[in-house]
Design a protein around this ligand. Sequence first.
Ligand SMILES: [Zn+2]
Length: 572
Amino acid sequence: MKAGELEEPTNFNPSEGDDAQFAVTKLAETNRRLKATTKRRKIKVEEMIEGSYDESLSEYLPDPTDDETQSIISEVINENSLTGEARLTQYSCDVEATVDTVEVPIVIERGAARPPPVNSDYLPLPWRGRLGYACLNTYLRSAKTPIFSSRTCRMASIIEHRHPLRDPSQPEHPVKNRPDKSKKARKELGDKFVQDLGLANARDIIKMLKWNDKYGIKFLRLSSEMFPFASHLQHGYRLAPFASELLAEVGKVAAELGHRLTTHPGQFTQLGSPRKEVIDAAIRDLEYHDEMLTLLRLPEQQDRDAVMILHMGGVYGDKAATLDRFRKNYATLSPSIKARLVLENDDVSWSVHDLLPICEELNIPLVLDYHHHNIVFDSTQCREGTFDISQPELQERIAATWKCKGITQKMHYSEPCPGAVTPRDRRKHSPRVATLPPCPPDMDLMIEAKDKEQAVFELMRNFKLPGFEKINDMVPYERDDEPRLPVQLSRKKQKAAAHFKRKRAVSDSISDHNGASAGGDEQCQQVPGKEVPLDEVAMGGPQNRVYWPPGREDWLRPLKRGAKVPNIVETD
Ligand SMILES: [Zn+2]
């Protein structure tokens, strides 16, 4: 029996001395404590997750009770504990499946006693490269009609939606029009349900690209969640033909705007694992990402630049053997996947110096992540910081892995939170970044920060990078570019409004001759929302109020009446 299944004892009186009941109470108490611990750890784990996890979407995450997900999660956790690491991934937000059973080890090597980093003083100015963000736009996500590309669902929901809706002629409603289980289930209906989520996600990419372009951003990482469960063993599906037309439209917009699009398959997608299930799942996932990018039908150079970033993953107790498995599995990949696959150094096991030789050997571009490098580097070859890693000889070797494939080079940049000492704390990305890394000034740079496009804006503002003038930086929230709902009147006011309408109809006919209106009851009139053309919804309005200063998320949305103004001081 799982702790979560325990029933609360009723009418229990400990003085009765009923052993069985006492045991049940004890268990219930343990259960309660477990839940509290789980909650605490959930927060911790979420803090560790870098990049694209969106807390508000947790309810839509894939079903963790699914066997395949479970098996892969336990695989990765086992490997992580083998290497003494506490790396959990986006699935970690499913706390019941992971954190309850795994004690997260605290790694303290190279903590406070490590030598200070040696950083380069070079600033890549004047900046000519593209700055990008990953997957989610905080401004658009909080719009009144949210614009985002990671709508997903639980697996149970797909199965439920195999049944037709109670009234199939009407749109689904969470209460009034749900799938009717008394009707015959059809697999196509469930597939259509999940595929429609993907289409809605892809449609929003077009809006995100146009928004980015308006504010001088030309680089976006597409969410791997765009087509939920597409690479799943049982529920997976091909994107063609149902998404072909829409993805081509997305690609057309990206092509017109000169926008770079990339992807970063999740942590579970590893090609060095000794387990066949993991490799099979990884290949399915790479095929999904490759199909998504290929269906964009981008012009030649942009298509080549649409890479899939992968980590080597676990070490499995033996780096050389893992690299051998990677070689073997890489050889089986399709030419299209090989053309897109690039490797990134990680912050757990694989340093730049570990990966560069295999990248050179197999003709795979290497993504340099500065933040990861500062946590995991080969201390026999270089020191922590941006100085050693930026030395021309090393940079030329990295650049060559891109040049020989004709792909525009890109790098990753993020910064740890102030005050972080242990590797575990230092892995956490700060919401914004204070500076640019010492990369070439024409580099495509993915800014991996929690505040997403705002972190890019911050850099644009700090260094007056091209486009900084497009952001209105000093005026607080006042969105006038969102559709407004008609004002809801109370029943009493509705009556008054109806009365007023009748009265006005009469007085209008009288006053038609002298040009004066009776009026006088203005508060009863509905104030119509400002008409916003569909293309302009959430675009920032004519004054471009799209920037919010650090800690002022309320600039994204108006505060609810009576709500306290959040404290600007960082609380974590
Ligand atoms: Zn990275």
